[in-house]
Design a protein around this ligand. Sequence first.
Ligand SMILES: [Zn+2]
Length: 276
Amino acid sequence: MNRLAYLPIWAITLCSLLLFSSCEDNDGVIFSIQDDIRLGQQVSQQVDSTYRAQGKLLERNSTNAKTQQAYQSLDRIVNRVLNSGQVKYRTEFPWTVKIIKDDNTLNAFATPGGHIYVFSGLVKYLEDEDHFAGVLAHEIAHADKRHSVKQLQRDYGIAILLSVALGNDPGTLKTIAAQLAGSLAGLRFSRDAETEADNTSVDYLAGTNHYACDGAAGFFIKMQQDAQQSSPPEFLSTHPDPGNRIQNIQQLAQQKGCKTTSAADTDFQQLKNALN
Ligand SMILES: [Zn+2]
């Protein structure tokens, strides 16, 4: 059945005006992949300039040897996940990754259209490369499954979001960038989206043939043990219950029969050392 039949008349009109390059087969998202990419460019430029102004963005073109080492190590970890053969928009999205030097923030996030950010606080907190890869896989899944753009579409409406993607609404762009980075009240994903991101992290990590496919569960276990965390990051949102998430991820890993033994932590240790 034609999905367009469920869309309101104005949406069909917009589609027919070719404002969107694709209005089909996108799971309720009126935004096209091209619009995701445009929105991601806008949001990542905003995130970059915000943290650059605070002196916290580690620049990829830095001549500092430790910064260069940090990116070499981080890229190896991220690329294993991206090259797992499981990332749907592997070639369409740019998939950049940047480090924000903020040891007090335990977070990572991905914008729509595939721009990943890692706070140094998360790297310092975690001890296991598989757990770190699990968090990255979860965030990559939110972008790849288009959860973030779906949620933004719900929160702001299609017209405003398209205006932001086209660079015509700097005020809303700043708000969205701050929401994604968690410095405002964060973007709240649905329970289904969180579960799908957890499940997808198992597929991504299994596809690496390197990491324990239940790496994200290891992360939640550590977070539960250190429950004194005052402001939980996006991936630790209270829904679904973290205990259920651990069980769900581990059950899925068992069903799939994928490897659950840890990989060597070489790249992660190098990354940690470079951020000291
Ligand atoms: Zn999440």
